[in-house]
Design a protein around this ligand. Structure first.
Ligand SMILES: [Zn+2]
Ligand SMILES: [Zn+2]
Length: 162
């Protein structure tokens, strides 16, 4: 499932432990692989089918959306992307097919200009447009990401065309 609240994954993990179930047992119950459940519990909501997630939500009586949930993040927690100079800390979406990335060409080289505000309006973990895990560093050299499509340190594009 895309755009799944990572908090849901954490709650599945703690609920499973409280219920005394192993990952293997729970995976068999909802019909997924143990390895997929393991990655899901680490916050990767794309690893399970919507159906399996739905079963988890009903089994443990967990809300799928943080809205209307009394245990949602306390007010006063600042979204990362808005701290110290606006978008400095925001991520970009590494998915070249994502609408947050604008395709353009420089001397026949296909590049993608990440719109970090569109992909990461609140300093989240997943792209707001497509649900992909956001990147906060240059995938080639690990340098901090700046505005633009190409890393100034290593010269590699942030988003590689597939
Ligand atoms: Zn995206
Ligand atoms: Zn780099």
């Amino acid at each position: 499932m895309k755009n799944l609240d990572p908090e849901f994954c954490r709650r599945v993990k703690s609920s499973r432990r409280e219920a005394g179930l192993t990952q293997g047992q729970l995976a068999a119950e909802v019909g997924c692989k143990q390895s997929a459940l393991s990655m899901f519990e680490q916050g990767d909501g794309t690893k399970l089918s919507d159906e399996a997630i739905d079963k988890l939500a009903r089994k443990f009586n967990l809300p799928l959306s943080p809205t209307g949930d009394s245990a949602s993040p306390p007010s006063g927690v600042q979204p990362l992307g808005r701290l110290a100079g606006g978008l400095l800390n925001s991520g970009f979406c590494p998915n070249p097919h994502c609408p947050a990335n604008k395709e353009y060409f420089v001397e026949e080289m296909r590049l993608f200009l990440p719109d970090r505000e569109a992909a990461d309006p609140v300093g989240g973990k997943y792209c707001a447009m497509c649900g992909e895990l956001l990147e906060r560093k240059c995938p080639s050299c690990g340098a901090a990401v700046h505005a633009g499509a190409i890393c100034s340190l290593c010269g590699q594009p942030y988003i590689s065309a597939l």
